[in-house]
Ligand binder design. Structure first.
Ligand SMILES: [Zn+2]
Length: 598
């Protein structure tokens, strides 16, 4: 009786607290609202960063905003319709304890409380210590954690294997992927010993799974329920617009980087993800780069192939109508609508990754009873996408002189652009998923000679291992041109590779591009130290091209080309007389003008 009374009192206090919190956010206009409106213009960017576009179908736009910004938006004359918030949807079933039984699979028809989620993640690592490691990506000011698991054989060792990342629910009210990722973790760990396909995947890769990228959004209603989940994080920031972008600068949304963003950027920098996927909801479609501009990704054909495979496979395992939005379940991001500061673009550009955005269910906060069905629709596609990280060109790049791994860059010539090239990990291994075709590979590393491997043909679904050793080389860096006068200038060079046996070095120059030692040059003597050179005997007002050079073993290596223009010559002989009227030449930089006769 006493206990019952206490519980009642406690609940009452909680209710009052949450009611007060809600009232406060309503009073200040900070409450997150969901609405739709008709936009006659395609330029959704012009709406400004205070409106977070959720999706666009025809000319109808669904969007989020905090109430204050929503009201300002209405004043601009848009006819808006306020909608029920997706995070308040029905069908939520919560469990505060998940009795996962090792050796069998859980029926995932519920949402865990926040504490149960943390316990689950810890439990995976405890139950499968040889296969699973728990990683805390970050700790939020709220005290909630950003968690991931690493799944691989020899899980405590960083092996020369492709790294793959699944991450979900950076929009807190899009929860389908959250549960499907918990399901996937259990599926991989449980299936490892009985299913050869799973064993192959786990042995051949390092798999990272972050089920919940915005716990403050998902548990906005409190740790015990996902009812009341919100898109934004605790600061009302849309995390999928909060990343630096190569076009729009470090802060496309005008907001500082959030704790979630900073933690994830550190996590991405500490790894080398070959392929990753980022799960969302509200529509059923696979969205490939870019989001921020109309230019196509260099691997557009590969993206279409992989996304088509994802959607088509889901179609086979689901009832008609699942994942058929836009182009029957796939779309180019920008072609759908422009979004700036997305994590997909950040990963693909800043980290040379292949990240795709997958929208898993039309209903954002999926009723718990539908979670198992959505798992069945997607599991084959999940596995197929993971395997993509193991396909294409791959290998190890080492140094010929000491066999050490090299920080090499692998470029497909006449193909790669906008950071679609790939780089080696610290172990020297590289992975380059690619669509079937014939490619010329350029493999380069600082202080080593670039290797060109011409016309290698690869088919879809093929893995071609190309291990290479690079010979030591010489890097020559041309110093900027300074102290430019009409007839002289200063430059120089540096030789960062600590190479011995350099017999000569200097600057060569010409009025034509690509100057070499058949043109004018300085010789600053032997040794691999940096040097300064004075260029003399130049003509006034003339454009010159220069390169630093160094000679070793009778081979000449050139640095990058720079160009500059000498200053105008001064007139020093007075009075200057010139037969202007009769085809005379004005001194350089002077023009002649007819001013009449006197
Ligand atoms: Zn989303």
């Amino acid at each position: 009786m006493k206990r019952g009374y206490l519980l009642l009192l406690f609940t009452g206090v909680l209710f009052m607290l949450s009611a007060r919190a809600q009232q406060t956010s309503r009073e200040t206009g900070q409450e997150e609202v969901y609405f739709r409106f008709i936009s006659k213009s395609n330029d959704l960017r012009a709406l400004g960063p205070n409106i977070s576009i959720d999706k666009l179908i025809g000319d109808t736009v669904w969007a989020y905003a905090i109430k204050k910004n929503y009201q300002e938006f209405q004043l601009k004359g848009f006819k808006t319709f306020l909608l029920p918030h997706p995070g308040d949807g029905p069908g939520v079933v919560m469990r505060d304890q998940i009795n996962r039984i090792k050796g069998s699979r859980t029926t995932w028809n519920f949402y865990p409380t926040y504490e149960a989620y943390v316990e689950l993640m810890e439990g995976f690592a405890t139950d499968y210590p040889d296969l699973c490691q728990l990683i805390t990506i970050g700790m939020l000011p709220s005290g909630r954690k950003l968690l991931a698991v690493k799944i691989s054989d020899n899980v405590t060792v960083d092996e020369a294997e492709p790294e793959f990342l699944y991450t979900s629910s950076m929009h807190g009210d899009e929860t389908t992927g959250y549960i499907l990722m918990l399901h996937l973790i259990e599926y991989l760990l449980e299936g490892y010993f009985s299913d050869p396909e799973i064993m192959d995947i786990v042995n051949g890769m390092e798999i990272f799974i972050n089920p919940l990228a915005n716990p403050d959004g998902t548990y906005r209603g409190g740790n015990t329920t996902v009812s009341g989940a919100r898109r934004y994080n605790a600061n009302n920031v849309d995390l999928n617009r909060n990343y630096p972008n190569f076009i729009d600068g470090p802060h496309p949304d005008g907001q500082p980087w959030q704790a979630e963003t900073l933690a994830f950027m550190d996590f991405a920098s500490a790894h080398h993800f070959v392929v990753s996927a980022n799960f969302h909801g509200g529509i059923e479609v696979v969205n490939y780069p870019w989001d921020t501009w109309a230019l196509l990704h260099a691997d557009d054909a590969w993206w279409k192939f992989v996304c088509r495979q994802y959607a088509d496979t889901a179609h086979i395992h689901s009832p008609a109508g699942y994942m058929d939005a836009l182009n029957n379940g796939i779309t180019n991001g920008y072609a759908w609508y422009e979004a700036n500061g997305t994590r997909q673009d950040y990963m693909n550009y800043d980290h040379f990754c292949r990240e795709v955005t997958i929208e898993l269910s039309n209903i954002k906060l999926l009723p718990a009873s539908e979670l198992e069905a959505h798992w069945n629709y997607n599991i084959r596609s999940f596995l197929n996408l993971m395997k993509q990280a193991t396909l294409g060109f791959q290998g190890t790049v080492t140094a010929q002189d000491n066999n050490q791994p090299l920080a090499a860059t692998i470029v497909l010539l006449d193909h790669d652009q906008y950071h679609s090239e790939v780089k080696c990990t610290t172990l020297g291994d590289y992975y380059r998923p690619v669509k079937a075709g014939t490619y010329t590979l350029s493999i380069s590393a600082p202080c080593y000679q670039t290797m060109i491997i011409p016309e290698v043909t690869i088919t879809d679904g093929q893995t071609l291992v190309i291990d290479v050793q690079l010979d030591p080389g010489l890097d020559v860096i041309t110093a900027p041109v300074t102290e430019i006068s009409p007839t002289t200038a200063m430059s120089g060079g540096s030789l960062p590779c600590a190479t011995e046996g350099i017999t000569a070095k200097g600057i060569c120059w010409s009025t034509q591009p690509q100057p070499d030692l058949s043109d004018n040059y300085t010789n600053e003597g032997p040794g691999n130290t940096g040097f300064v050179s004075e260029l003399t005997g130049l003509s006034p007002a003339t454009t010159y091209y220069i390169r630093a050079y160094a000679i070793k073993s009778n081979q000449t290596t050139y640095g990058d080309e720079l160009s500059f223009t000498t200053l105008c010559g001064a007139v020093s002989t007075f009075p200057w007389t010139e037969d202007f009227e009769h085809s005379g030449n004005a001194p350089t930089c002077f023009t002649q003008e007819y001013v009449g006769t006197s």
